[in-house]
Ligand binder design. Structure first.
Ligand SMILES: [Zn+2]
Length: 154
């Protein structure tokens, strides 16, 4: 058996490392309640708002596909890719409660042919790349109808 590798976030502070129920870490403006991801630290994105204080908040773990595409070529950061590069699908997922769209890779083995606008997906953690001692994790979207890539909802 290979030694157990330490699991680290590929991007520090962008999501929780809860194995069963990981969540993205966004911010919420304490003045107007506007959500942001990645976390806002300087100015609220709501043009009507002068707020400059933000609370870290866990975002919804499920959403619906708003748009998706096939990443045939290595995308720019923060999508650090495995080497050699393996094409994957990217989904833009609408979080209903936060009224925002969050991009993310789709879990391996699920291609664009299996995605439809409006279908439900769930946030999971998966290995983005690894070295000899570490696995670097990133969030990915998994169709809720999928039976592979993690545990089903209890
Ligand atoms: Zn605000």
């Amino acid at each position: 058996m290979p030694p157990v590798k330490t699991r680290l976030p590929a991007i520090e502070g962008w999501f929780t490392l809860d194995e069963d129920a990981p969540a993205l870490l966004g911010s919420r403006c304490t003045t107007c309640g506007n959500f942001a991801f990645p976390k806002e630290t300087f100015f609220c994105r709501n043009p009507e708002c002068q707020g400059k204080e933000f609370a870290e908040t866990e975002l919804s773990r499920t959403g619906t596909i708003w748009s998706y595409t096939d990443a045939r070529y290595q995308p720019p950061k923060p999508y650090e890719a495995a080497d050699p590069y393996v094409p994957f699908a990217i989904a833009a997922v609408e979080l209903r409660a936060e009224r925002m769209v969050v991009m993310g890779q789709v879990v391996p083995g699920v291609g664009v042919d299996e995605l439809t606008v409006g279908s439900e997906v769930e946030l999971v953690l998966d290995t983005l790349y690894e070295d000899d001692d570490h696995e670097y994790l990133v969030w990915k979207w998994r169709p809720r109808s999928a039976t592979t890539g993690g545990r089903a909802d209890a």
